[in-house]
Design a protein around this ligand. Structure first.
Ligand code: CMC
Length: 388
């Protein structure tokens, strides 16, 4: 149904109906909070900027899953567990070799997690078994970067590289892609972006993940749902589309005419806008600063310049701010990451948030089943096939 139709029906006959569920409360969570007015995001009460500055993705994942920061001893143990769980079974690697090479890595991720469910030692555990779910979450989080890098190398006709037990998620991902250890600054940008991407309340993919596990399905099914939902360009897929758009724009001189023509043509500008933030996305502000440092270091100012021009016009003309996917796109590009891996990197991060939400949902579960307005025909007789 056309959006205009939905809205007129909403105001005319069903005042409670909110197209796109805008503003509808979908549940209660203790995991993260978005404050739209101040454009802040906290994980378990801690500002995400502070985490990006002082923490690591691993520590943030622990915080999201367990509800508090780990002690030094707990963190050492957690890191060892993640290192132990990073490799994927050879048969899953073989499945990645069997599927068509031309599919998007997001589809490969769905295949891999579907298969991995069967190898989880807690496969047979009850869906509400909290301890088993925490263990599953550790395995899910540990394996994401390994899957993405292995699939990428397979598509390039190369053998996957085993994870290095000494490296954390960000460094390991970069290592497993190229076989070389990345420099400290590159790892820091990747790690901070993983922290910023790790969790974001009841966004589409997290909500879909909660809907899935709320049927008393399992964590892996929730992850596969989340990946499928994140893939679209209105959600996680926006970081790849934003970079393709920037490449089409090409030069700072072309940014303004390109953007004005896009706006005149009612085109969606990828990497801009957000349902929850109308005064700007705090993650975008943080990542833009990081991207600017990368641009300075690499002596490549053009993407930042294009970004600044577009941001100024979008805010002035439409009061629409960049979201996290916009600076992520050109930051990853400057780091030399292939564009098709931007949304999979989002997955590498978001598996922590999805897992935390799945566990929270299953700890206090009720089936999620909204109602709807029927707007179709009624009393339609069945016409035999020969008479149609
Ligand atoms: N470019 C141009 N116009 C826009 C944009 C944009 N990026 N975003 C919103 N608008 C306009 C939209 O056309 C509409 O105008 P009008 O009322 O005249 O029809 C108005 O702003 C409201 O937009 P909406 O699409 O109804 O807002 P929404 O809350 O349903 O959608 C959104 C939010 C993120 C889907 C949307 O802003 C969008 O499509 N952005 C581009 C895709 C994108 O960057 N997605 C990443 C989201 S953040 C990170 C993540 O979750 O991955």
């Amino acid at each position: 149904m056309a959006r205009g139709n939905q809205e007129s029906m909403s105001s005319a006959t069903h005042p409670d109906y909110r197209p796109g569920l805008e503003g509808v409360i979908g549940g209660i969570t203790k995991i993260a909070e978005i404050n739209s007015a101040s454009a802040t995001l906290t994980y378990r009460g801690i500002n995400v900027h502070e985490l990006a500055e002082k923490s690591t993705y691993e520590e943030t994942a622990y915080l999201l899953i367990n509800g508090r920061l780990p002690t030094a001893h707990e963190f050492e143990h957690y890191k060892r567990t993640l290192a132990h769980e990073r490799p994927i079974p050879e048969s899953v690697s073989n499945i990645l070799k069997l599927i068509p090479r031309n599919i998007h890595p997001m589809d490969a991720l769905k295949v891999a997690y579907s298969a991995l469910a069967a190898y989880d030692p807690d496969y047979a555990a009850a869906p509400t078994d909290h301890a088993a779910n925490v263990r599953k979450a550790e395995r899910i989080i540990a394996k994401a970067a390994t899957i993405v890098a292995a699939h990428w190398r397979i598509c390039e006709g190369k053998e996957p590289i085993s994870p290095d037990p000494e490296l954390d998620t960000a460094a390991n991902f970069l290592y497993m892609l190229s076989g070389e250890r990345a420099d400290e600054e590159t790892v820091k940008v990747m790690d901070a972006s993983l922290i910023l991407y790790a969790e974001h309340t009841f966004n589409a993919s997290t909500f879909a993940n909660r809907v899935t596990v709320a049927t008393l399905s399992d964590l892996y099914s929730g992850i596969v749902t989340g990946i499928g939902t994140l893939k679209g360009p209105l959600h996680g897929g926006a970081n790849e589309e934003a970079m393709r758009m920037l490449l089409e724009i090409g030069t700072p001189e072309n940014a303004e005419p390109w953007l004005r023509s896009a706006l005149a043509g009612k085109k969606k500008v990828m990497g801009f806008g957000h349902r929850e933030y109308k005064n700007g996305d705090s993650r975008a502000a943080y990542l833009t600063k990081m991207a600017k440092k990368v641009a300075e270091k690499k002596g490549v100012p053009k993407w930042v310049e294009i970004g600044d021009i577009m941001t100024k016009i979008m805010v002035e003309e439409k009061n629409i701010h960049p979201n996290v996917d916009f600076p992520a796109a050109y930051a990853y590009y400057m780091l030399g990451i292939p564009i098709d891996l931007y949304t999979p990197i989002f997955v590498i991060a978001r598996v922590a948030g999805w897992s935390a939400h799945a566990i929270e949902q299953l700890d206090n579960n009720r089936l999620i089943r909204p109602t709807c307005i029927y707007d179709g025909r009624s009393g339609v007789p069945y016409v035999p096939m020969a008479d149609r």
